[in-house]
Design a protein around this ligand. Structure first.
Ligand SMILES: NC(=O)C1=CN([C@@H]2O[C@H](COP(=O)(O)OP(=O)(O)OC[C@H]3O[C@@H](n4cnc5c(N)ncnc54)[C@H](OP(=O)(O)O)[C@@H]3O)[C@@H](O)[C@H]2O)C=CC1
Ligand SMILES: Nc1nc(=O)c2c([nH]1)NC[C@@H]1CN(c3ccc(C(=O)N[C@@H](CCC(=O)O)C(=O)O)cc3)C=[N+]21
Length: 284
């Protein structure tokens, strides 16, 4: 038996078609969701993600704006731009593309974004709400993963989930969301001593490291669900995940590919959060 492949791009397409209708309905009520993306510098990968976000927004008829600034932009200039976007009543969602150049304090920038416009779900107030299971903007990649698991009716409650990676944008929050869904969660990271033994216990494995094909079938319990978050560009230009797909597909029961897996769902959840922000703003 080979694994069922969860194509995030197909799920994303279905969700985007629904959101397109939702936008039409909202516009009739005078609600016109708008996303503003801020990109500092010209990191090629960042440019490619940002253009993916713009295309997706266009596709669903969402108003979006890209503010592109040079790599030399100062922290003060960026903070003043964020202040201006916070005040702008037309803007519902603000996304500052990470990573930022080294001379800018990322945490300071994240905390400058008004929590009601923080569609990335990175502001400490929104993280705190997520941790205490309150309604908030969930970070897009973890939210996308949870949506994939739910759309495929994959049981989470009572299952053992092992998360490899503990970044603030992926690893930590996906572990928290799975805990909120009553999984038993183990985190692995670069200092974990017995990682393979731990991963072998998992019913659900989330891999978010950034090392091409580091996880092969020898890590995976027969029938486990494996979610590959990694995006690695090989020397020959091909894109690959953190999971050795051909090896693991013979062992897992569900597996996400790279590309066409988690990535398109991340973008879709960003659009979803922006719609939510607009509805919230209209109620104020
Ligand atoms: N598909 C999507 O939508 C998205 C994909 N990504 C991709 O996901 C990957 C991870 O991203 P991100 O979380 O931002 O990355 P980070 O580099 O911030 O975090 C990587 C994590 O992996 C851990 N790690 C590193 N080496 C090992 C190892 N040998 N064994 C176990 N753990 C290890 C690190 O541990 P430690 O904390 O100890 O250093 C760290 O916690 C990247 O490939 C990125 O491009 C990211 C965001 C969205
Ligand atoms: N403030 C902020 N928010 C983010 O959400 C954020 C960020 N900064 N910085 C970088 C990471 C990375 N990320 C991806 C989104 C979509 C794909 C995606 O759609 N990937 C396609 C392939 C794209 C390609 O071909 O290059 C796929 O997997 O099929 C990938 C990665 C969002 N991030």
């Amino acid at each position: 038996m080979t694994a069922t492949i969860i194509y995030g791009n197909q799920l994303a397409e279905t969700l985007r078609v629904k959101m397109k209708e939702e936008i039409v309905n909202l516009k009739r009520k005078g609600i016109d969701p708008k996303l503003t993306v801020v990109l500092i510098g010209d990191h090629p990968a960042s440019k490619s993600y940002v253009s993916g976000k713009q295309k997706a927004a266009d596709y669903i008829g969402m108003d979006s704006e890209l503010i592109q600034l040079p790599a030399e932009t100062t922290e003060a200039e960026l903070l003043s731009l964020i202040d201006q976007l916070n005040q702008d009543t037309v803007v519902d969602g603000i996304l500052v593309q990470l990573p930022l150049p080294a001379h800018i304090d990322e945490q300071l920038v994240i905390e400058a974004i008004r929590p009601s416009k923080d569609v990335d779900g990175f502001h400490p107030i929104n993280i705190g709400k997520m941790m205490t299971n309150q309604d908030t903007f969930l970070p897009c990649t973890p939210y996308g993963i949870l949506t994939m698991l739910k759309l495929y009716d994959i049981d989470i409650a009572g299952k053992h989930a092992v998360v490899i990676g503990r970044s603030n944008i992926v690893g930590k929050p996906i572990g928290q969301l799975l805990l909120n869904e009553n999984a038993t969660v183990t985190y692995c990271h670069s200092k974990t001593a017995n990682m393979k033994e731990l991963v072998q216990l998992a019913d659900i494995v989330i891999v978010a490291v950034g090392r091409a094909r580091m996880i092969d079938r020898s890590y995976i319990k027969k029938g486990a669900t494996v979610i590959d978050v990694g995006i690695n560009r090989l020397d020959d230009g091909t894109l690959t995940g953190d999971v050795d797909f051909d090896s693991v597909k013979e062992q897992a029961s569900y597996l996400t590919p790279v590309p066409k897996g988690v990535g398109p769902m991340t973008i879709t959840m960003l659009l979803k959060n922006t719609i939510k922000a607009a509805i919230n703003h209209a109620q104020k």
